[in-house]
Write a protein that binds this ligand. Structure first.
Ligand code: ZN
Length: 857
């Protein structure tokens, strides 16, 4: 689909209520519908312009308050996705009802009203129909005013075959049996809300028993036979409903809440009021056989969507430029909720990982400001990225920590109360928090939201260590010269720097609003050590002078929080990518953290180590592997081989991460042998080892798989009971070192064995395989036409993500040339970012080639 302008509809006609009836035919993949829309005409009109796409409107007329009738003829304008209803007479200002009768197709593109299929245990295929309307796809299902500011109430009826389950936003109120064997299911009118939140799902589905959450009926709905995978979702669902209504200080705005697992789903989940849809891995799981990360993901996504019921659904952005705030805030509340649900998961520490991804993209010259003007549909879709979710949530977290949690919460409550059932601008939120706190919130936030990128703050102590010199620069990675990228100008911004200084047994905090390029901080006592980003809440990087890094790294375990230690590793690696640090200094830091006891810190150490290893020159590979074994071996040994009953879940996950890393990146033969033995045992007994270790075992075994092992992984993927287990085995097929096996996997990704929703992520994973990148890229270019038609064009950038790890200059050159010749119409920005990041990897490879030998000795 070409990018088209989202021309705003005229406001001469304003809808307030929809009476909708839809009759999907799952066999024929079509639907028929009628809509009666109550509206107000604000000035005399001869035509109505509203949204409609891929619909046939067979009949349309306006009915006046006195029953008078004006006929209408529909003509469609596909580029603008609108229909114009030419009226046979002028409609006078006042109330009218628009009647339309229409038909459409249940498509397979995962947007609008679409169909999804699944196979039952007996091998029979079934079809269901469901909706995904955000951002601008309600118009594919019924003629409507499809902009978020046209809020209305919706009374929905679904006409379906008698044996099918039907669900929508509001409670079921009645069922009529029809003479043709179908039934008409009536749902209560919804609250006043935007079209993109309307939803309905029809199919052979099953619901759990209702859980009463302080008067709100909660269910999980899924394809039949998955009831045993629902208790965890119900638990976090009930927890989130209680926690969030309490936190917001407003009761849940819907009349029931259904959480529905859909076998084919383009995104993670969608916050339709009362009728939240999820991909299966984000909702259903087997609690006893899930990794900590899988449990946390379900908790996160459920909490995130329920957080939207207030922030997004009850109070909604006036236009699509507000998508970022909607998502950033829900991501922030997701972590607040998960953190309260399972404090032992240390959700805010783990947020470091997600924030790293945001820092990474935000370090490119092709990054973007968090908020921007949305003109085209592609602009709106483009907002659903790491800068919206993770950078946006980081900035919200920074504000919360700066204001204090209670004052921040008071501001949010004030905002939600003031704007319930209405639409807002971003500034309405800042103004509400400003009113509640008296702080200049709008001024602070504007500098983070309307400027792309983030700063690096350099910290150096004076010779007597009683003064600190601070300097801010815009942070950018240094891409390879072949990319021809010019670094952005260096404009200072307002950086709320919080320093923690250690002197003797004491520490002191220093808050500095750094607005100029440089500043000096005078200290009362000579500094022994310096933390440049207290508690890691600031969205900026820190560059410490050599001796400062040594001073703080030497006492890291004693004086730094996990997120601060995480930040040290994160910042050092970023400095290497920027051409400002050194691999020797980075590896020195990693060695000094080798006794660390936190999962997230180790995940970053492992991630950074792997990134360097990927680009290691052939003659250094053995020395690099020895380094990995020496770095990780003692930490793994200290944890022991097996899970200790009662140990924290993050400890179990840490053991598995260390095991995986030493086996794969350290090529530790003893661990590889152990993994092979576990893999065999798991084939007999899925509980042979704990879930986190089992997950690691699959990755380790897959990395050196021969054809027989590869076939066995594929067999286990097909036989898996849960979506997590299927994906764990299927994804590992991409990791084999043998390019021939990886190519077999690429072929599979274009068949029905791999779900459309997963295929591009998996192909990207194959492209990240350093042993097969060139072969995989060759495959993709040969099958480009198939890929462009098989997958929704808006999702193709997910595939291109895989080029970020390409380090070979020749391959990078041919990738850049191919993408120049084959532009991806939707997602220009992400593709540009992936390309730039690829050239950063190419430049990294050069530096690693030059420096690794010295760093390893
Ligand atoms: Zn969301």
């Amino acid at each position: 689909m070409a990018a088209h302008d989202l021309n705003r509809l005229p406001t001469t006609v304003v809808p307030s209520h929809y009476d909708l009836e839809l009759a999907p035919d799952l066999e024929a993949a079509t639907f028929a519908g009628t809509a009666e829309v109550t509206l107000i005409v604000t000035e005399p009109v001869d035509q109505l312009i509203l949204h409609a796409l891929d619909l046939e409107i067979s009949e349309a007329w306006l009915e006046g308050a006195e029953g008078e009738r004006i006929d209408a003829t529909a003509t469609f304008d596909t580029p603008s996705e609108t229909a114009t209803l030419a009226l046979s007479a002028t409609a006078a200002p006042g109330p009218w009802t628009l009647h339309t009768t229409f038909t459409g197709e249940l498509n397979d593109k995962l947007v609008g009203f679409y169909r999804s299929t699944f196979t039952d245990d007996a091998g029979a295929t079934h079809t269901l129909a469901c909706t995904q309307f955000e951002s601008t796809h309600a118009r594919r299902s019924f003629p409507c005013w499809d902009e978020p500011a046209f809020k209305s109430t919706f009374a929905i009826r679904l006409v379906v075959d008698d044996g099918l389950f039907a669900v929508s936003n509001a409670r079921e109120t009645a069922v009529d049996q029809l003479p043709d064997g179908r039934k008409r299911v009536h749902f209560a009118p919804t609250m006043y809300m935007s079209t993109y939140l309307v939803a309905f799902v029809v199919g052979p589905l099953e619901a759990t028993d209702v859980v009463d959450v302080d008067g709100v009926p909660l269910r999980v709905i899924a394809v039949p036979g998955k009831g045993d995978l629902t208790p965890f979702a119900l638990e976090i669902g009930a927890f989130s409903l209680r926690y969030l209504s309490d936190w917001y200080g407003i009761s849940y705005p819907g009349d029931k809440l259904d959480l529905i697992a859909i076998p084919d789903f383009a995104f993670g989940a969608m916050e339709n009021l009362g009728c939240v849809t999820f991909r299966e891995t984000a909702l259903l799981l087997d609690e006893g056989r899930s990794t900590q990360a899988e449990l946390q993901r379900v908790a996160d996504v459920v909490a995130h969507e329920i957080a939207h019921m207030w922030f997004g659904d009850l109070v909604t952005m006036g236009w699509w430029n507000g998508i970022w705030l909607n998502e950033a805030f829900a991501t922030f509340m997701e972590m607040m909720t998960t953190d309260a649900f399972r404090p032992e998961w240390q959700r805010w520490t783990d947020f470091g990982l997600a924030r790293s991804a945001a820092f990474d993209t935000d370090s490119l010259t092709s990054t973007r400001a968090i908020e921007y003007e949305v003109v085209t549909a592609a602009d709106a879709e483009g907002m659903f990225d790491v800068l919206t979710y993770e950078k946006g949530a980081s900035v919200v977290r920074m504000l919360q920590q700066y204001l204090g949690e209670d004052r921040f919460q008071a501001g949010i409550r004030h905002y939600l109360e003031a704007h319930s059932y209405a639409n807002t601008e971003t500034t309405d939120l800042w103004d509400a928090i400003e009113e509640a706190t008296g702080e200049p919130v709008r001024q602070i936030m504007d500098s983070w939201i309307f400027h792309p990128g983030h700063p690096v703050v350099s910290v150096a102590a004076s010779s007597d260590r009683t003064a600190l010199q601070l300097r801010q620069d815009r942070f950018s990675f240094a891409p390879d010269a072949a990319a021809g990228i010019t670094l952005p100008p260096n404009e200072p911004r307002s950086v709320p720097v919080v320093l923690r200084i250690g002197h003797g047994d004491d520490t002191s905090l220093h808050r500095v609003l750094l607005t100029e390029p440089e500043a000096t901080v005078e200290l009362d006592h000579a500094a022994d050590w310096i933390v440049g980003n207290h508690q890691g809440n600031g969205f900026y990087r820190v560059a410490l002078a050599d001796e400062e890094l040594q001073a703080v790294a030497g006492r890291a375990q004693a004086v730094l929080s996990p997120l601060e230690r995480y930040g040290l590793v994160e910042d050092e690696f970023a400095l290497v990518l920027a051409g400002r640090g050194s691999v020797t200094r980075l590896f020195g830091l990693l060695r000094s953290l080798s006794a660390d006891d936190d999962l997230s810190v180790w995940q970053r150490i492992i991630g950074v180590t792997a990134s360097i290893g990927r680009v290691a020159p052939d003659d250094q590979v053995e020395a690099y592997r020895a380094f990995v074994r020496a770095l990780i071996g003692p930490a793994l040994q200290a944890l022991g081989d097996a899970k200790v009953p009662g140990e924290p879940e993050r400890t179990t996950a840490r053991r598995a991460s260390l095991f995986d890393a030493i086996a794969r990146f350290g090529d530790d033969q003893a661990r590889r042998d152990q993994a092979a033995a576990h893999f065999t045992a798991l084939g007999e007994d899925p509980d042979a080892v704990d879930a986190d270790l089992a997950d690691a075992v699959v990755r380790v075994v897959a990395s050196t798989a021969d054809q027989a092992t590869w076939d066995e992984l594929r067999r286990r993927a097909a036989a898996a009971r849960t979506a997590q287990d299927a994906l764990r085995h299927q994804g590992a097929l991409a990791d084999a070192q043998d390019p021939a096996l990886v190519l077999q996997f690429c072929e599979l990704c274009l068949t029905d064995e791999v779900r459309t929703q997963d295929a591009l992520f998996l192909l990207a994973r194959a492209l990240r395989n350093r042993y097969a990148a060139a072969e995989v890229w060759g495959f993709l270019t040969e099958h480009w036409d198939v890929i462009s038609t098989r997958f929704p064009s808006s999702t193709v950038p997910r595939l291109i993500d895989g080029i970020r790890g390409v380090s070979d200059r020749e391959l990078a050159t041919s990738i850049a040339a191919f993408l120049a010749d084959h532009p991806i119409k939707q997602g220009t920005k992400p593709v540009q970012q992936h390309l730039e990041r690829m050239w950063v990897t190419v430049a990294l490879a050069d530096r690693v080639h030059a420096e690794l030998g010295a760093a390893l000795t």
